[in-house]
Design a protein. Structure first.
Length: 63
């Protein structure tokens, strides 16, 4: 895994054009096909996604 491809909720909020990083969790509930974090350290701790997976998912949503 290339660590340069990891993105946190703040990165995803920018990518998804969301107003707040907390909105990423709302997207996770709303869109069950959205990629899940590859690193989840538990409640109140960082979650990390693979940016290329989320970018591909986002592209399929825009079609």
């Amino acid at each position: 895994m290339d660590t340069d491809e990891l993105a946190d909720a703040k990165d995803l909020a920018l990518l998804l054009r969301l107003a707040h990083p907390n909105s990423v969790s709302t997207y996770q509930r709303r869109y069950p096909d959205m990629p899940r974090p590859v690193v989840d350290l538990g409640v109140g701790r960082p979650k990390l996604w693979l940016r290329p997976e989320v970018e591909r998912w986002l592209e399929t949503r825009r079609r």
